[in-house]
Design a protein around this ligand. Sequence first.
Ligand code: FMN
Length: 545
Amino acid sequence: MSAKERGYADLHDHLERLRARGLLVEIDRPVDKDAEMHPLVRWQYVGGIEEHERKAFLFTNPVNAKGRKYAFPVVVGAYAGNREIYGVGMDAPLDEVQQRWDRAIANPIPPVVVDSAPCQEVVLTGTDLQGEGKGLDALPIPVSTPGFDGAPTLTATNVVTKDPDTGIHNHGTYRAGLKAPDRMVVRMATRVGGAGGYRHYQKHQKRGDKTMPVAIVLGAPPCAAFVAPMKLPIDLDEMGVAGGVAGAPIRVVRAKTVDLMVPADAEIVIEGLIDTESVEPEGPFGESHGHVALEQFNMPMRVTAITHRKNAIVASYISQVTPSESSAIKRVSYEPMFLSHLRNTLGIKGVKRVTLHERMTALRRMAIVTVEQGTPKSEVWRALYGVTSFKADCGKICIAVNDDIDPDNSDALFWAMAFRMSPAEDIQILKHRSGGHGPEREHETDQEDSTLLIDATAKEILPPFALPKREYMERSRKLWEEIGLPKLRPQSPWFGTASGDWLPVWDAGGKRAAEGDYLENGRISAKAARKGLKPESSYRPDRED
Ligand SMILES: Cc1cc2nc3c(=O)[nH]c(=O)nc-3n(C[C@H](O)[C@H](O)[C@H](O)COP(=O)(O)O)c2cc1C
């Protein structure tokens, strides 16, 4: 069945689209799935590669250190290696992604049930799941953070569970560490407002059920994969939202050994039962907050079946320290949500953008709100309060800047704070913030945190940014390239503009100086010479008569 007939792409169609746009790197040589695969892809996040140059990586010949070969290729970064890849998955230009989500949440399209499904072309149960090299052990699941992680771990998951009271299904992206060919341990966050699957687990426990049925979907169609890490309202059927994104119902099929509906066009489905009575250590695992999550007791899952397409591809998210695939997934939807909250819900004027800082801080800890020059102080502060209170776990440190500051450039942020902010006037500290997602600290019982708000906007009109104007920088760039000097990677800001406190006469003088006519400027300034003034007195030609 084609993407057109279905109304949405499966992972195979999606990879075809990435290939056509030059967004897929295909590697046929043997690559060790545990020791080499994730570190290789990691280089594009720590190797000075620009965000727009990042790709998805398809490994057609995964192996392990013991020389084992696998029947399935592995793809890393296929869903959101960068924002462009995510946009291909959404089948929408990036600036329309938020609209697409808003529309899908407001108008979900319920899934349609099918009897036979690609994800069940092969069904493995019973002894197929037992013994080394079988069951989970036959899948080339990579180790994400070699040297630290205790197991190959599923990351690109739609973990499907069902509310035992209402029958409503939940899809969550939760990690699961492999333990045996038929056993793994799943980690669902237990914090307030935590994983939807965990709420189902608690309900099963309350009812006295010894197990909870679960299906872990790997390689879901992108529109179905993208709903799993989203913070959607509880009890909103995620497959309906995925259908809303696609504009067509998602095809679902009944799992073979558990009473759950799974996306029919997925690559692999691991069915099983989560033990609700005992827990087993899981981890260590490199986490997105930047520290290794240490071992914790989590939910053991006994596998009852693995079903897959004949030509299945194993998908793995590159997550952990940000930027990463998981931060790219979140950033595209979180930032517009914040902006819409400030602009539309709170009605704050002058707000142009909200940026969640990505590198190392995982979007949650630092937020930058960009406001127009001249926005009243009261609105700047309303915007800061609005950002910090919108989500419990985001915006611990919020900085307001003007739109001449590139919020993705930490040096520019430091510059704004260094020259436009007076700590005694422009900083507020608020108490009582939830600790949020962070490293476990054995010696800290009180997890409450606090908030830092900084107004680093210009308090008056300032002179232009002091780099040569764009035309001169561009002309010299050509010269740079003609001389054959090393490849440039321009970092914003790389030129100054004639804006702010700047007069036409100074602009004309600057032009003359650049054109070799400084002597004319000297003749003009000679006429303005005077007596009785202290050096460093300001001269404003516009204020002379
Ligand atoms: C790559 C990746 C890995 C994640 N791992 C976990 C995890 O192991 N446990 C968890 O509770 N949430 C994890 N999350 C966050 C959840 O997916 C997110 O909170 C989502 O809203 C959960 O869906 P739910 O609200 O239906 O529970 C992960 C997200 C991403 C993108």
